[in-house]
Write a protein that binds this ligand. Sequence first.
Ligand SMILES: C[S@@+](CC[C@H](N)C(=O)[O-])C[C@H]1O[C@@H](n2cnc3c(N)ncnc32)[C@H](O)[C@@H]1O
Length: 215
Amino acid sequence: MDSERFLTQLPNLFEDFPHSEHPIDRRFAPVVEHVENLARENNLALLNLAASCLGPDEIYVEVGVFHGASLVAAMLGNEGRRRFVGIDSFDFRDGSLDRVEQNLAHFGVGQSELIVGDVFELVPGGALGEARAGVWYYDALHTYEGQMEGLRIAEPWLAPGALLIVDDTDWEQVARAMDDYLAEQPRVRRVLTVCGKDRGSPQWWEGMQVLEWSA
Ligand SMILES: C[S@@+](CC[C@H](N)C(=O)[O-])C[C@H]1O[C@@H](n2cnc3c(N)ncnc32)[C@H](O)[C@@H]1O
């Protein structure tokens, strides 16, 4: 995972990072418009850049797919070069596997591997096989315990330099879990925090943080 390239190039996607309302390239606007989502164009551009920095044998893992907006965005322009795995129990609103597959097809990004069920059972149970994750995007259960576990379960599968990207980090219990996870795990360091709407930056939804997993 080329985490250095991710950090160097991220500001270049915007006129005025992190204050811009949207990235310079508007290719994620149709995704936000067409697919019911919980994200903004800025969040999607960040995920897409992270996916473009994956090493040749690394996979992108997304926990919390819903209707597929963030997965489509991560894959746009990166499809065919890397493996993309989405995990969701589809027990939130009207999220469904069919809907995600329709949205992937609509945007022509090809197939991703979609695993349906509870991530806290699937991943420790070996659902990712021998894969190495260069990106672990966690946007699922955001209770304090869920957030902590959502990072801990990734550890055996992380590639050197992997990015752990977490959404909704404005939320008190998510922010606290991020701090506590950093305190307990010496192999991670926080490389980015962007505030969201509760902290005056609605262009970043509810905020994001990025952690880097050391070799
Ligand atoms: C906020 S939505 C994801 C939004 C999506 N990333 C987007 O940007 O549009 C959270 C998703 O996490 C899923 N989820 C929650 N807890 C889960 C669990 N324990 N295992 C798997 N999926 C889970 C829900 O079914 C829901 O679809």
